[in-house]
Write a protein that binds this ligand. Sequence first.
Ligand code: BGP
Length: 460
Amino acid sequence: MTKTYQFPKNFWWGSAASATQTEGGENGVKGKNIWDQWYEEEPNRFFDGVGPEETSDFYHRFKEDIANMKKIHHNSFRMSISWARLIPGGKGEVNQDAVTFYSQVIDELISQGIEPFVNLYHFDMPLEMQEIGGWENREVIDAYTIYAAKAFELFGDRVKTWFTFNEPIVPVEGGYLYDFHYPNIVDAKKAVQVGYHTMIAHAKAVEIYHKNYDGKIGIVLNLTPSYPRSQNPADLKASHICDLFFNRSFLDPAVKGEYPQDLIDLLAEYDHLPETNSADKELLKNNLVDLLGVNYYQPRRVKARDSQPNPDSPFMPDWFFDAYEMPGRKMNVYRGWEIYEKGIYDIMINLRDNYGNIESFISENGMGVQNEERFLVDGRIEDDYRIEFISEHLKWLHQSIQEGCNVKGYHLWTFMDNWSWMNAYKNRYGFYSVNLETQERTAKKSAEWFSQVSKDNGFD
Ligand code: BGP
């Protein structure tokens, strides 16, 4: 029977996770990354003082977890490789324990009929690479390129869908503008350089992949529509600049091979252009992505500033817009994020009309909720709010497909409750709950619902 919301054949149903958030930083042989280091320096900055040492112990429990994925009819799953695990220190010797671990995970997924999507970098700079300046330093681009080539060589026979970075704008915002990632620097000039070098590292990895392999390689971006308060030109300008900084700074070079001229002009006007090499332009032009992962959680609403920025204060993107709190907006109060389901449709229409209708999929969407034990009934979390959240987003995604958008799948963030950076285990996102004392996994009601949707390739 055809469903009201029937999705195209072979639609990817699954979920996403990342190495640092699931494996356990102290499990197995591994180099340190910036999260291990930041937690050591400032444990007080993590919710309830919980760090990345054990997280959800995927390192030891991946077989059980993959069996659970199969139970709910996943046909694909995005994981990440920890650079600091595969090559401790960021360069030099490959860690054979890590090769064994990732090989086993990949093989297990494949043997259960779940296609592995593998991402190379999810916020997790090896500490030694950060100590030489992280993405500020071109040497780190070279090290990342060698790491990427190694990963393709080791796993490229089995993995056919790769991603270079997850949400590369987030380490720029967190680490260099707004103090929510290590190294907690606030310096827009460095932020621009870091973003630019990340993009160059991305293009180099794409180049290597395309030269030597025949699968697909893409990037995962958190595209956040910037809705203006009104159609007043001042509000429109605020939203345009916001879009340039936070979406188009990666979307344009990744898909079109060049930066938006307006962004270049703006940065030039304020003397904030990055240092570049002469070969960069060609590199970007020649190495476009095959596939785009879209993470969507919340829209951004902006308005023109009420006041001029203080000209003596350091340059910040916020010089050009203020956040706008739309009256009556629907909120996920636990995360402080607005829920606006139509945003997913607007993103896809934009990709269709302005980005050549590039092949894409929803690589993350989800709802983090605090104290989910409140919803326990007979041992199961009755997360009807999550079912509603997913289905309302899926309806808009379906609509975009009806209108010709090239959308290939939907992955929830995340498969099982995991460690969420500074928020640690505050908000739970999983289809499966994780008991932090016993590490026991239990399917939530949403898991059962999603299982049926995946099986039917749609829902009513
Ligand atoms: C995305 C990240 C994920 C994940 C998710 C939820 O930005 O790619 O790693 O954490 O957001 O956000 P949070 O964990 O901050 O609640």
